[in-house]
Ligand binder design. Structure first.
Ligand code: ADP
Ligand code: ZN
Ligand code: ZN
Length: 728
């Protein structure tokens, strides 16, 4: 026999480079990769990992110049069609190179140009006799006990190893003793679990509606206040989904993915494999969890926005909890909305999606009102007798005020503390004071690199910029006039904490904000202290507004609420309403009726009337009327081109060039470029160009024209495209 020439094939590959085009490589027919497979290819002098998007036996290029694929790692299932489709959608809609979109979809370990070797065969450990195992442990073996408790659910070795370095030794012993078993694969079908609350009538209707459309796309808005039983609806519809042998994807805001929530899911589904995907995991944990989902092993993926791209071969439903939350919109790189991407994906896969919120985004509310989404309302709190909190306004004008706290506020706080209840003082400003000022000449401490004031951090003895991170020593005298009496203006969490220490010397005060929760686990420890009643007077920022359940907390005091009323952003009031209602929801969850005090300098503002009514539907309808009459989103499609340069004139000129390119695009309107609200940030001058159209299509089409301009590397000006911006 004569030697057979190995037949060549060509693959087009999406690479993680800022270019829209694909790249061709050659490989032999015998080892042809699948569409969606990961390949390692040469790129100039480097190697890169990419995703195969096309395979052909011919090429239109000069075949002698096409370089061969370096390796086919075969270390993950090829990306399935629905993830590729979502990638193409995001690339087109957000004007971002497809290779970079797909890189975003992959965990970091699978973006590297080397083969990923999983540490062991997949499979899980689970206790077969948890009681016997626990009884065998001495009281002081806390680490072993913690590991044993994890084994109440199926757990991968990597997860257990992350919890304890001695995990493999103990697992071996426990398996020998017959208390723990290893299973290579779990069944796809998880029978309906016990432990579900009996659904009330509203919940039952919601569950029936969602289950009823399990074999087709349908988008539901599950609208209900905190405590109305939305999570219970998710759990019961997911149970039905798992019982059909399907997987469920649950997206939550980063800050809500608490151990409490995860524990609630694990407690409900003790035999299911639940994996988390969020930025708090190590790269290794993330890739293992991702692989577990994409191999179809994990039944439930509980993740933050990045999890929307997770391949799930048996995906049966998607939940987006707190769908209005701003963290679903990525604010760098691929500026996608994970909520919108999730809706696209559900449509692609023909599965139902449930968007849950007490304060839906107006975009979502509009979709529900116009019938594109099905509106399901939970009117009442799920636990019998629990009532929504009473909201009261404390007008601040001509008031007796101590350190930003009204005398009436202080009196009510004192009563609650005396009655043994917890009180939360909510102020969305960390640091000691938002600015340092000179009473003589009016000097204000400002960041040299940003158009922003420097925040006083007294404990660290620093002035710190919250936008670029710059720090300075606290000056001992005014830099302009030499006056030594320079003073902090306004209040931040640290100053309120200090004031409360004087005002309530007997209270156990705990401050919770980003400054004192940076260390891993410190937030969890503080939340534990709150739950255990080791603190009764809490000072917190928006970190405290979300997700956590504190049964003894029944008074919330909101300081400095007014900021959203005069925002340049048309979403100011929408955000403020959502935030205030959310923080109000912290008050009085168990049995007692909560009370919320809002200190304001503008008690006559119609906004507060709408807030006191606690009728988000009415508020949202009124806002939509306003948006409609002013042609604002969701009644118009917006894209922002944001340019920055050391010299503002360059940024502006660049945007003017783009404006000229778009001038005759059909159906598109523009204003002239304007300076950004925060004109200087980290030493760069920032300008923006707003591009609008009545519907999305003309806008997306027009923006394609300028993509080449954004691709060209321009050293002086950095310009990015933000489609559906949520911050103006
Ligand atoms: P949400 O997600 O809307 O804040 P949850 O689902 O967390 O509401 O429900 C609030 C509380 O009420 C939880 O403690 C939950 O266990 C309980 N709960 C929910 N539904 C029911 C029900 N049908 N019967 C009894 N308790 C319920
Ligand atoms: Zn001065
Ligand atoms: Zn700064």
């Amino acid at each position: 026999m004569t030697g057979v020439l190995k037949k060549c094939c060509y693959v087009s590959v999406a690479l993680d480079v800022p270019l829209t085009r694909l790249f061709e490589y050659r490989c032999i027919e015998a080892s042809l990769p699948k569409i969606g497979a990961r390949v390692i290819v040469p790129f100039g002098p480097r190697r890169l990992a990419g995703v195969v998007l096309g395979v052909a036996s011919e090429t239109q290029f000069d075949s002698s110049k096409i370089r061969p694929v370096v390796a086919l790692p075969n270390d993950m299932p090829p990306l399935p069609e629905d993830v590729l489709a979502l990638g193409r959608f995001c690339a087109e809609y957000y004007g971002h190179p497809l290779g970079q979109v797909l890189a975003t979809a992959l965990p970091v370990a699978l973006r590297q140009p080397k083969v990923f070797v999983p540490p062991e065969p997949s499979g899980v450990y689970q206790a077969t006799d948890l009681n016997a195992l626990l009884q065998s442990l001495s009281a002081r073996a806390t680490a072993q006990k913690q590991l044993a408790l994890m084994l109440a659910q199926p757990m991968a070795r990597a997860e257990l190893a992350a919890a304890s370095p001695s995990a493999s030794k103990w697992l071996k012993n426990w398996m020998e003793a017959g208390w723990v078993a290893f299973t290579e694969t779990l069944p796809d079908v998880i029978p309906l679990p016990a432990g579900a609350a009996e659904a009330n009538a509203e919940q039952a209707a919601a569950i029936a509606a969602i289950d009823g459309s399990h074999a087709a796309f349908a988008a539901f808005l599950l609208f209900g206040i905190t405590g109305s039983g939305k999570t219970e609806v998710y759990l019961q519809t997911i149970a039905a989904c798992l019982a059909r042998g399907q997987q469920a994807l649950v997206l939550v805001p980063e800050i809500n993915l608490t151990p409490q929530l995860e524990a609630r899911f694990r407690a409900r589904f003790p035999t299911a494999r639940i994996v988390a995907l969020h930025s708090g995991l190590s790269d290794k944990e993330r890739v293992l969890n991702w692989l577990s989902a994409s191999r179809g092993e994990a039944h439930i993926v509980l993740g933050t926005r990045l999890a929307v791209f997770t391949p799930m071969p048996r995906l049966g439903m998607i939940v987006v909890d707190e769908e209005h939350d701003a963290s679903f919109k990525q604010q760098e790189g691929l500026r996608y909305s994970a909520r919108d991407a999730a809706v696209y994906r559900a449509h692609q896969r023909q599965v139902p999606i449930v968007l849950g919120s007490a304060t839906p985004a107006l975009e979502t509310w509009h979709n529900a009102r116009s019938g594109r989404y099905r509106l399901i309302t939970l009117q009442h709190r799920a636990v019998g007798g629990a009532m929504p909190p009473i909201i009261e306004i404390i007008p601040m004008h001509r008031a007796k005020v101590v350190e930003g706290l009204h005398q009436a506020t202080l009196n009510i706080m004192r009563d609650h503390l005396a009655a043994g209840q917890q009180v939360l003082v909510f102020i969305n400003r960390r640091g000691y004071a938002p600015v340092l000022s000179c009473g003589e000449c009016g000097w204000l401490g400002e960041c040299k690199r940003c158009s922003a004031k420097l925040v006083l951090h007294l404990k660290e003895r620093r002035l710190r910029c919250h936008h670029c991170g710059d720090e300075q020593m606290i000056p001992t005298a005014c830099p302009d006039c030499g006056n030594q009496d320079i003073r902090p203006l306004g209040q931040g969490t640290q100053r309120i904490e200090a004031a409360l220490e004087t005002l309530f010397p007997d209270a156990k005060i705990l401050r919770i904000d980003r400054d004192n929760t940076r260390r891993k686990g410190s937030l969890q420890e503080m939340l534990r202290q709150v739950s255990a009643g080791e603190a009764n007077l809490l000072v917190g920022t928006q970190m405290m507004a979300k997700g956590h359940d504190f049964p003894a907390l029944n008074l919330v005091v909101v300081l400095n609420a007014d900021a959203g009323l005069f925002s340049v952003d048309f979403r100011g009031e929408e955000r403020m309403y959502a935030q205030l209602l959310q923080v109000a929801g912290r008050a009085g969850r168990a049995g007692t009726q909560g009370r919320v005090l809002i200190q304001t300098g503008y008690h006559d503002h119609p906004f507060y009337g709408q807030l006191l009514a606690q009728d988000y539907a009415a508020f949202a309808d009124a806002q939509l009327d306003e948006r409609r009459s002013m042609q604002l989103p969701p009644f118009a499609a917006y894209a922002l081109l944001r340019a920055e340069a050391e010299e503002g004139a360059l940024a502006k000129a660049f945007l003017q060039q783009l404006q000229a390119l778009l001038a005759d695009a059909a159906g598109v309107q523009m204003f002239d470029p304007i300076a950004a609200t925060m004109q200087r940030k980290a030493g760069m001058e920032r300008w923006q160009l707003l591009v609008m159209s009545d519907t999305r299509h003309p806008l997306v089409n027009a923006l394609k024209r300028i993509a080449p301009m954004l691709e060209v590397r321009n050293n002086k000006v950095r310009c990015i495209l933000d489609v559906d911006p949520i911050e103006m």
